[in-house]
Each structure stands twice: as structure tokens, then as C-alpha cells.
Design a protein around this ligand. Structure first.
Ligand SMILES: O=C(O)C(=O)[C@H](O)CO
Ligand SMILES: [Mg+2]
Length: 279
């Protein structure tokens, strides 16, 4: 059965970041993930998760100057030293948190720089970072992002991401398949999941409603159907229960209790999964 992780960078915006861990536990999530934990001491975040009984499932490596629009460094020529320092920082956090998945963002193609130069940098940096992750018994993930939200991002489709994983051939490098981005960029989610999940190259999944990136309970995605499909595909392939990160902007925003009030989709998912036929 899939396990659900609360993405604490987006959920529970009415609470301080460390308080969000206990809120996720109280709401029945199985784990926590986030985009950037670096404003808080790793030891505190680890202690809060232990108190709440939830594992840390995923963090991103530092992604450059986020406030000024940067979206990762892995494919940016000339930023290699900063990228590698960021991976070291992320690995230190991951070690303290007991977290085994690191998402590394590629970045936006800089004006005046050839795409081919960016991709050569990406190849070198990914290979280096995946080896560091392997030494730390962690998995490095790459995630295609949609062009509406992140114009100019250097990794766009699932097929491209899978080609990187195959080309670099490092078992600790995998794809982070965010169904929200995939639906916007490519659609055809059933066929993509049927094609990609059995390969074993998908190391993490995420979801949000489409088109507005709110709770996955209306709009274009049929979440209970997708969860059951993922569950069936993973079980048929003999894979461990996949993690699915809930990475969305709660519809009720910062209204106190707004995230918890929007979790009907999680209860519905558990019911749909519990009632599906055992394979
Ligand atoms: O935007 C997403 O979907 C992500 O997962 C990244 O971590 C942040 O851009
Ligand atoms: Mg995502």
C-alpha cells in the first residue's frame, strides 16, 4: 500500500515549520518531506520527527537563490563548486534526519548559454552527486517540472529523466515522478505509470490537484484511481510500498486548521486502497 508523506514546505502554512511535523502525524500521514529544511537545525527537525513517530522521507539539495528565481544549480556551468557544497550540506542534513532521498534541481537555462553546455554540466554534477549519495546509502532524485510553473527549467519530461538515469547507470540515481507536473506537461498518466513504475527507476512520487495545485480531490486527476493503480503496479513488480508526497497549496491557505480540513482526499485514498482486491 502506498505511504503518504506530508510536504511541510507547502502544507500547514498556519504553523511554524517544526510544528508541522506533529500536525502531519496527528492527521495520519506516514512520513514527512520538504523542499528546503536549511533554515532550521537538523537536530531539532530530527527530534520532532522522532517524537511524532514519522520518518523523514525526502529533502531537496540547496537550489541557489530561490527568492530571486533560481531553481537549482546542477546544470549551471560555472556554479559547480556551489552545487557540490550544497550536496554536502544536504547529505549532512539527511544523515541527521535519517532521510534517504535527496532531490537535486537542475536549474533554468541561463540566457546566452547553450543548452548542450548545461547538459554536459548536468551529466558531470549528477554523476558526482549520485556517487556521494551512494556512499551515504541515499538515493539522488531528478524531477521533471512543468513549463507553466517553471519556464526555462532544464528537465521537462519523464522520458528525459529516465534517459538520464539509464545513461549515467548509477543505481542510486532515480526519477521523482510528480503527477501534478506530469499531468500538465504530458498527461496520459496511466500509460506513463504502467511504463515507468515497473522499471524500478522511479524513486519517489508526488501529487497535487491539477490545474490549481490544491488538494488532489477535484480537477483533472482522479486520485483514488491513481493510488490504486500505483499500488497494483508496485505490488506486481515486487517493489516496496511507494512513497507519495502530498505537495500542494492548501485551498484554505493560512486559515488555522485549513490543511487538516482539506484532508478528505487522504481518508478517501485509504478507503479505496483498503477495499481493492488483494493480488
Ligand atoms: O516543485 C516541485 O514539484 C518540487 O518537487 C520541487 O521540490 C520544488 O520545486
Ligand atoms: Mg514535486
Amino acid at each position: 500500500m502506498p505511504r503518504f508523506a506530508a510536504n511541510l514546505s507547502l502544507l500547514y502554512p498556519d504553523l511554524s515549520f517544526p510544528q508541522r511535523i506533529a500536525a502531519a502525524a496527528a492527521d495520519g500521514f506516514d512520513g514527512v518531506e520538504c523542499q528546503f529544511p536549511y533554515d532550521w537545525p537538523a537536530a531539532e527537525l530530527a527530534a520532532r520527527a522522532t517524537e511524532s513517530g514519522l520518518p523523514w522521507v525526502l529533502i531537496n539539495t540547496p537550489a541557489g537563490d530561490w527568492q530571486h528565481g533560481e531553481r537549482g544549480l546542477a546544470a549551471l556551468p560555472g556554479r559547480e563548486a556551489e552545487f557540490r557544497r550544497g550536496v554536502d550540506t544536504a547529505l549532512a542534513y539527511a544523515h541527521t534526519l535519517g532521510c534517504r532521498r535527496l532531490h537535486v534541481l537542475a536549474g533554468l537555462q541561463p540566457p546566452g548559454v547553450d543548452r548542450s553546455r548545461c547538459l554536459a554540466t548536468y551529466a558531470d554534477n549528477l554523476a558526482w552527486a549520485a556517487r556521494q549519495a551512494a556512499d551515504a546509502q541515499a538515493t539522488l532524485l531528478i524531477e521533471p517540472l512543468n513549463a507553466r510553473d517553471v519556464p526555462g527549467y532544464l528537465l521537462r519530461t519523464q522520458a528525459e529523466a529516465h534517459r538520464w538515469v539509464q545513461t549515467l547507470g548509477i543505481p542510486q540515481l532515480k526519477v521523482q515522478m510528480d503527477l501534478y507536473h506530469c499531468q500538465i506537461s504530458e498527461g496520459d498518466l496511466t500509460r506513463r505509470l504502467q511504463h515507468d513504475l515497473p522499471t524500478g527507476r522511479v524513486g519517489h512520487l508526488q501529487i497535487a490537484g491539477v490545474p490549481d495545485r490544491h488538494e488532489p480531490d477535484d480537477g483533472e486527476l482522479n486520485a483514488p484511481y491513481l493510488f490504486t493503480l500505483i499500488d497494483t503496479l508496485a505490488a506486481t513488480a515486487g517493489q516496496a510500498s511507494p512513497w507519495i508526497g502530498a505537495e500542494y497549496l492548501p485551498r484554505r491557505g493560512t486559515e488555522p486548521g485549513g490543511t487538516s480540513a482539506g484532508l478528505g482526499w487522504l481518508r478517501a485514498a485509504r478507503e479505496a486502497l483498503a477495499s481493492r482486491p488483494v493480488l
